[in-house]
Design a protein around this ligand. Structure first.
Ligand SMILES: C[S@@+](CC[C@H](N)C(=O)[O-])C[C@H]1O[C@@H](n2cnc3c(N)ncnc32)[C@H](O)[C@@H]1O
Ligand code: SF4
Length: 449
């Protein structure tokens, strides 16, 4: 409780901070940096270095009330089939822009629900991407899977196209929590999905859970964790529920009064972290847990953990090409986001241009701050010697001194290392925000705890 009082004093329950899946955060993007910048960045890619590719499928059969992802509901495959044709056209624009010989190191499908695609569309999309950006020899392919919207034929098609890792959405198994977030999902269906994935040869499985959901309590969470344990995932993502009804309108269906209070929410996260540790998982960054031999756990121990728009990754590709509505590309020069609304994305692609409509061109100062934030989010530590290789690194000296003084006990400096202590880790995003040159737009973010 003393730790809780200290964290409260340091602003854990008041702060509104980005998740720092990028720096600058997407809220700092501007519309002057769009398709022209995207074209320049794509043309400048070095064919000797593989890229990562993200494809966004913005459709779901059901729209869960808690979900803040960019997606739309559909009960027919008609809009999905049309979208697929547009993605194929976007890929042709990419083919015309990319230098000869660029290969794909990693492919990730997210959404929305990629498994809304029937088996034939899965094959068509994967092949269309591979035709334009051929897989590198150590190619890996991960897919977000809704266990209630998948079957053996879809899993077989994904495996045939090279899927190596599956990420399944669970959130919570308690029936009243599921009713309150508009997402019914039985343990039996989830287990059947996991068994089918394993039969198809998928050896790397991630499970998404969420704490801070309506009506969630310690008893229900303990039961969910026991059920997850039976599924035996290699990796678990435990996200804090981001309640942002002004941004995600369907969250208005979740009454504020049903949400656990700030203290209860914090204790739920701690309870889950303790249970995962007991069951042999190691903590990775602020919200992931992995078996000791999982690649993300190994990357974390080796100091190779990175952060991108999907969260934590061991991906070593320096550039990411986003395909589909709202997807974000990341280049050494900066970021570009495709038009967010599906109709706007379609209109741009049909007009014969790449779909980038807003972005951000990085300065040397942004890269310096991004490095400091990435070190904190991935390693809980700033290595001043490494940071010192950036020009103007001395500009951050007052910020280093400020965090060591203001978060005393939670942040300590020894020689050239500034480290967040285990007790201070819940404050990581708040501490990282000190390095954020755009923190004045913080009101748009979710709570830090
Ligand atoms: C694209 S969704 C999952 C894929 C698939 N459609 C499904 O439902 O299983 C990705 C994940 O984001 C997380 N997520 C979505 N909205 C969230 C919110 N408001 N707060 C925290 N996590 C959220 C959930 O854990 C979800 O599984
Ligand atoms: S959680 Fe998955 S299925 Fe539910 S609305 Fe979000 S993306 Fe769609």
């Amino acid at each position: 409780m003393e730790q809780l009082a200290n964290l409260r004093r340091l602003g854990l329950f008041d702060a509104r901070v980005p998740r720092y899946t990028s720096y600058p955060p997407a809220t700092a993007f501007n519309t002057q940096t769009g398709q022209e910048f995207q074209t320049q960045c794509l043309k400048a890619l070095d064919p000797a270095t593989p890229v990562s590719v993200y494809a966004h499928i913005p459709f779901c059969e059901r729209l869960c009330w808690f979900c803040a992802c960019r997606t739309q509901g559909t009960t027919t495959l008609k809009p999905v089939a049309h979208y697929l044709e547009i993605v194929k056209q976007e890929l042709e624009h990419l083919r015309a822009t990319l230098p000869e010989g660029v290969q794909m190191g990693q492919l990730h499908w997210g959404g929305g629900t990629p498994t809304i695609l029937p088996a034939d569309m899965i094959r068509t999309l994967a092949q269309a991407i591979k035709d334009v950006i051929p897989p590198a020899p150590d190619f890996s392919f991960s897919v977000e899977i809704d266990p209630t919207l998948v079957d053996d034929s879809k899993i077989a098609a994904l495996a045939e196209m090279g899927m190596t890792r599956a990420s399944i959405g669970i959130q919570d198994f308690a029936p009243d929590v599921q009713a309150a977030i508009g997402r019914e999902q039985s343990f039996e269906d989830t287990k059947a999905c996991v068994d089918s994935l394993r039969r198809a040869g998928i050896t790397s499985l991630n499970a998404d859970l969420v704490y801070g959901l309506p009506y969630q309590d310690t008893v229900k969470l303990a039961d969910t964790i026991e059920k997850v344990r039976l599924l035996d995932p290699d990796r678990i993502a435990l996200f804090g529920y981001a309640h942002v009804p002004t941004f995600s309108k369907r969250q208005k269906l979740i009454p504020d009064a049903s949400l656990p209070g700030e203290e209860a929410r914090f204790l739920l996260a701690q309870q889950a972290a303790r249970a995962f540790k007991t069951y042999g998982y190691e903590a990775i960054g602020i919200d992931h847990f992995g078996k000791p031999d999982d690649v993300l756990t190994l990357a974390s121990k080796a100091g190779h953990l990175r952060r991108n728009f999907q969260g934590y990754t061991d991906d070593s590709c320096p550039s990411l090409i986003g395909i589909g509505a709202s997807s974000i590309s990341q280049f050494a020069q900066g970021y570009v986001q495709n038009a967010s609304a599906t109709a706007a994305y379609i209109a741009r692609v049909e007009a014969g241009v790449l779909s980038g409509y807003r972005g951000y061109q990085m300065t040397a100062q942004d890269r310096l701050r991004a490095t400091a934030i990435n070190m904190l989010m991935c390693d809980f530590e700033i290595d001043l010697d490494v940071l010192g290789t950036h020009a103007d690194a001395a500009d951050l000296a007052p910020i280093h001194a400020g965090i060591v003084a203001d978060f005393a006990g939670c942040v300590i400096q020894k020689g050239s290392k500034i480290t967040i202590t285990p007790e201070g880790r819940p404050l990581t995003r708040i501490i990282a925000q000190r390095y954020d040159g755009f923190s004045d737009i913080a009101a748009q973010y979710s709570q830090a705890s």
